[in-house]
Design a protein around this ligand. Structure first.
Ligand code: ADP
Ligand code: K
Ligand code: ZN
Length: 397
């Protein structure tokens, strides 16, 4: 059983402690608390965890449900204001300024991406174009005709839009793009290089999840792009060992756990995000002192164990995209034809011996042997939202 009074006392204390002193002062009290997990939200679906009367709600969102039943996120007016504020802060850190043209290609609807970036852009005083996801040819035309300067989308969809631009014969000189605000799925520095080259912009990483607020939990600064600054006035972060659940040291990989400090409708204590990252409290080169998380490697449930080697799809991405001639579109198929797991990498690209060069790079840098199939250009499915990177066929038999 949860000891509600204890929880309330700790939250109160966390709230009253000056921001800079929060973590050390309340660490011990906080780590006494039980975790909250996605199962708790499922168990109380849809609105069983409300901390306010239902009449106080002003908006509902839901996770995209990429893992089963959607989880509901509820907001009071204050929660919506906080969300706009953290999104505006993330976008300001990226260099978005009043009057800039923001082309928002995140999906609008229950998914938090569309409205989250929309609110942030409006709060800054940018010109917001709510294109939403889909109809890639139209994205390309609008980007040219309305001279979007900031592109907000998943990184995989940004690449798809880049293809749409090429097909429409629209080149970098026809565009005004400066900043890309990419998130909602894991992506690597190798992918950053690809997206920046394809679109002629500076790509920045934005992280968040519906359960906590949506996008706007943490984001990179344009000055350093060295980890994502956590919006610490609103979210308290810890990193724990996935198995033992004990805190790990700064700099070590583990599961990100978040406590909301200002949420009204559905505050969460020590929520296990399932996302793997590491934390640093060193001040950033940009001068900000907020804690920073590294780019998310992947989700706990995305980890693959290929013949005993634990790996995340992002590790494959990093190695794969460094191979000369490989296009930034790929899928991983995991199968177990006999007793052993087999990994097949589907990729696209050009050049001699591409398959064997990829195979060699993966073996050397990731430490697994994979089968590599080079597909004709355009054959790997493109995504308009979160890309499907892994097709796991192991449990289908
Ligand atoms: P769903 O669980 O259905 O995907 P959300 O739409 O709320 O629900 O997605 C939140 C999740 O998306 C995060 O927990 C994380 O796994 C992933 N995510 C969001 N932003 C990023 C990012 N910048 N890098 C990597 N993963 C991200
Ligand atoms: K996801
Ligand atoms: Zn910084």
């Amino acid at each position: 059983m949860r000891t509600t009074e204890h929880l309330e006392a700790v939250v109160e204390r966390v709230r009253r402690t000056p921001l800079g002193e929060r973590i050390p002062a309340d660490w011990a009290a906080l780590t006494d608390l039980p975790f909250t997990a996605k199962e708790d939200l499922r168990e109380h679906y849809p609105l069983g965890l409300l901390a306010v009367p239902r009449e106080a709600l002003r908006r509902i969102h839901a996770s995209s449900g990429s893992r089963g039943k959607p989880t509901i996120a509820a907001y009071t007016q204050h929660d919506l204001d906080v969300w706009s504020e953290v999104m505006a802060e993330c976008m300001t850190m990226a260099g978005v300024k009043p009057g800039m043209v923001v082309h928002n290609a995140y999906g609008y609807g229950l998914f938090t991406g569309g409205l989250g970036f929309h609110q942030g852009a409006e709060r800054i005083g940018a010109l917001t174009i709510p294109v939403s996801g889909g109809v890639t040819a139209r994205q390309a035309l609008l980007l040219r005709d309305l001279q979007g300067q900031v592109l907000c989308s998943t990184p995989s969809y940004a690449l798809h839009i880049a293809e749409g631009l090429r097909e429409a014969g629209i080149g970098p000189d026809d565009l005004a793009l400066e900043i890309g605000m990419f998130g909602a799925e894991p992506w690597t520095d190798a992918m950053r290089t690809e997206v920046e080259a394809a679109l002629g912009l500076m790509a920045l990483n934005v992280y968040g999840l519906s359960e906590i607020i949506g996008p706007g939990v943490a984001a990179e600064c344009a000055e350093a792009r060295d980890g994502l600054h956590v919006m610490e006035d609103h979210f308290l972060v810890e990193i724990i060992d996935v198995d033992s659940r004990a805190p790990v040291r700064d700099g070590e990989d583990g599961e990100l756990v978040i406590t909301t400090l200002t949420k009204e409708a559905m505050p969460l204590l020590r929520y296990r995000t399932g996302d793997i990252t590491s934390l640093t409290r060193e001040p950033c080169a940009c001068g900000r002192t907020s804690p920073r998380i590294s780019a998310i490697r992947g989700r706990v449930d995305d980890m693959l164990i290929i013949r005993g080697v634990n790996l995340y799809p992002s590790q494959i991405e990093e190695a794969l995209l460094h191979v000369e001639g490989v296009a930034p579109h790929y899928q991983l198929i995991v199968d177990r034809p006999k007793q052993l797991d087999e990994l097949t990498i589907l990729c696209e690209g050009r050049g001699a011996n591409l398959a064997s060069r990829v195979k060699e790079a993966i073996r050397e840098q990731v430490g697994v042997t994979a089968k590599v199939l080079v597909r004709p250009m355009g054959e790997i499915p493109r995504s308009e939202g979160k890309a499907v990177r892994v097709i796991d066929r192991r449990n289908l038999k």
